[in-house]
Ligand binder design. Structure first.
Ligand SMILES: [Zn+2]
Ligand SMILES: [Zn+2]
Length: 210
């Protein structure tokens, strides 16, 4: 689903689940696309945020309020969003710290922890993959061989590449997280800002990790 500034993912089934929520104001866009699928916003039971950047969580509050869905996010990014101004200006100002300071944290968030399994897509496992942000998560379905990577990976000229240097907090840590992904059996990779890899996801991850 195209929301403001991001590709979100709607997983239909017994517990319709939205992955990421776009910038603030994405609710109307979501409603239109749901209507085209004969669904409504109240069908959504869960919103999972891959990380705490504003293009992923800006729309969370309005969509959660309209749907009654619960919101899941890794606690390290909830902590990051509580950053104080004096921590932002300490030392060399990092873009990630400034973004976190300017981003409003959602309320009533449930912690999504490494190893949690969501009851969609035959079991969708939460992988804590820090680096882009401290609380970045990926979502993996072993039965579908499908991996949602958020902003941990990009695609440049068709190639799967490292995350954006400017917006990534800790690149060595991101590299370690990518090495962990390369151990998974993956066919399809879904990105937040690029078209999907539909075949050979594992080879692309291994090539990047090495
Ligand atoms: Zn993003
Ligand atoms: Zn991001």
């Amino acid at each position: 689903m195209r929301l403001i500034g991001v590709n979100a993912f709607l997983i239909l089934g017994d517990e319709p689940t939205l992955v990421d929520a776009g910038h603030r104001g994405s609710g109307a866009m979501l409603r239109r696309q749901l209507a085209a699928l004969d669904h409504q916003v109240t069908d959504i039971t869960r919103i999972v945020c891959t990380h705490g950047h504003p293009d992923h969580i800006g729309g969370v509050q309005e969509i959660a309020r309209a749907s009654g869905a619960k919101v899941l996010m890794h606690p390290a990014d909830m902590e990051r969003l509580r950053i104080r101004f004096r921590e932002v200006i300490r030392g060399r100002p990092a873009p990630g710290a400034i973004i976190a300071y300017l981003t409003q944290a959602p309320t009533d968030v449930i912690a999504a922890q490494d190893g949690d399994v969501l009851p969609v897509l035959g079991g969708l496992r939460v992988l804590h993959t820090p680096g882009h942000t401290p609380g970045s998560i990926c979502l993996y379905s072993a039965t579908r061989r499908l991996l949602i990577v958020g902003d941990l990976l990009q695609r440049m000229r068709g190639q799967v590449t490292l995350p954006n240097y400017f917006f990534t907090d800790d690149m060595p840590l991101a590299r370690r997280s990518i090495a962990r992904l390369a151990e998974l059996d993956v066919e399809t990779i879904l990105f937040s800002h690029y078209p999907p890899v539909r075949q050979g996801g594992r080879d692309a991850l291994r090539a990047l990790a090495s």
